[in-house]
Design a protein around this ligand. Structure first.
Ligand code: ATP
Ligand code: MG
Length: 385
């Protein structure tokens, strides 16, 4: 029996006059996600269809749909000619090994189809009871197995029982572009995923401290960026050398401000790169109070060197909740690989937990901030994934 995937979208319904813009974007994103799989894409009213694919490609199609922001859910339907015999054939196939309560829910887009929706449901339900009455009973209020029968205008009918929920959110590209500061840790890939889910397209920036951090640390970040690329429709990863800046801070500034001043440099470099690449926001994986560099005083200090919005989607998340998402998006196992991050190089024993902004500025004045920033920007390497 032929199958089709019915794809439903979510908040786009609420977008009033802009709706067609969001629909067009989602359509492009879905087509792009399945571009290497042989199938036909059909746009219908308020939903999309994938048809004429090979059965063995279905698992891959499902994986792609689950990683496309803006899709609310999908169902895999049997497609048959619109006549009662064929429709019942599909219903019977779907219910054959099932037990519990069911209800047939018929919807006729083709109003010429006879009998009407109610009678079709009654007729099909009766035949189910005749065939599978030992295992299946009718429950019209809260059926365990709802059986949907969609009679389309084009002479075909869809029959399905399951609705698989996807990531929801908004189509990637509908909410501008952001530059994600990606470390090798658990939090920043999750932060990137959350922004993708809300429709922001990502570029990534990673600070590398060769030779203090090695090739394996960079490979790890590439792997994480590749996982995000699946949600983002590809990704650009920019890698900047941070070594000289760290050495200079270490040499000239009080140890307790090492991290604070490093983070100010990261923000300055990020803002410059974001402007250069047309990104409208900086994204970090910071979570309030998680470590010394994420107290409100530390955040104030790093935030004060930039004017671009800094989005911190995890600010109110507990680590345990962040880990849950990291597992769901399959970044966790990579993130916990034990390679050094530039933030763990020159780590002070007692970092300032509530850095005083005036004192930080005074400490930083010992450095040539401008030329160190320019030098770092010149070291940029672009990796396209
Ligand atoms: P993560 O798990 O993402 O590494 P973290 O809990 O280790 O976060 P920090 O090391 O304080 O926290 O980093 C806070 C945020 O700063 C990170 O989430 C990330 O956005 C950014 N960041 C930290 N290190 C780097 C780096 N080497 N390159 C780019 N961004 C970084
Ligand atoms: Mg980190």
């Amino acid at each position: 029996m032929q199958s089709a995937v019915i794809i439903r979208y979510c908040e786009i319904h609420l977008k009033g006059k802009n709706r067609s813009y969001f629909e067009k974007l989602l359509k492009e994103n879905i087509k792009n996600a399945v571009k290497d799989i042989q199938c036909d894409f059909v746009a219908m009213h308020s939903r999309y269809l994938l048809e004429n694919f090979k059965d063995e490609d279905l698992p891959l199609i499902e994986e792609k749909l689950k990683k496309t922001a803006g899709i609310h859910s999908y169902s895999i339907a049997c497609v048959v000619e619109s006549n009662i015999e064929n429709i019942y054939g599909a219903v019977s196939l779907l219910l054959k090994d099932k037990a519990g309560t069911f209800k047939i829910i018929t919807n006729r887009a083709d109003k010429t189809f006879s009998p009407d929706s109610m009678q079709t449901s009654v007729l099909l339900g009766g035949r189910v009871l005749e065939e599978y009455g030992d295992n299946l009973k009718v429950d019209v209020k809260e059926p365990q197995i709802p059986v949907y029968v969609d009679i389309r205008e084009d002479g075909k009918t869809f029959v399905y029982t399951e609705t698989i929920h996807c990531m929801s959110g908004m189509p990637v590209g509908s909410a501008g572009k952001g530059l994600l500061l990606i470390s090798g840790g658990i939090d920043s890939p999750v932060a990137g995923y959350m922004m993708c889910k809300r429709g922001m397209r990502l570029d990534c920036l990673h600070f590398h401290s060769f030779p203090y951090t090695g090739e394996a640390a960079k490979e790890k970040v590439k792997t994480l960026a590749a996982k995000l690329a699946e949600y983002n429709g590809g990704i650009n990863l920019y890698v900047v050398s941070f070594t000289h800046i760290q050495e200079e801070i270490h040499k000239h500034c009080p140890e307790e401000y090492m991290i604070t001043i490093m983070r100010r440099f990261m923000m300055r470099i990020a803002e410059r790169l974001a402007n250069d690449k047309g990104a409208q926001a900086i994204i970090t994986g910071e979570s309030l109070g998680q470590v010394a560099s994420q107290t409100i005083e530390s955040i104030t200090s790093s935030n004060s060197v930039v004017t671009m919005p800094v989005l911190r989607p995890l600010i109110a998340f507990d680590k345990i909740d962040i880990i849950d998402i990291a597992r769901k998006i399959d970044t966790y196992e990579t993130s916990i690989l034990p390679y050094e991050d530039c933030c763990t190089v020159f780590l002070p024993k007692f970092p300032a937990i509530k850095p005083n902004l005036e004192k930080v500025k005074k400490a930083e004045a010992k450095l040539d901030v401008q030329s160190l920033t320019e030098e770092a920007l010149k070291s940029i390497e672009k990796i396209t994934i």
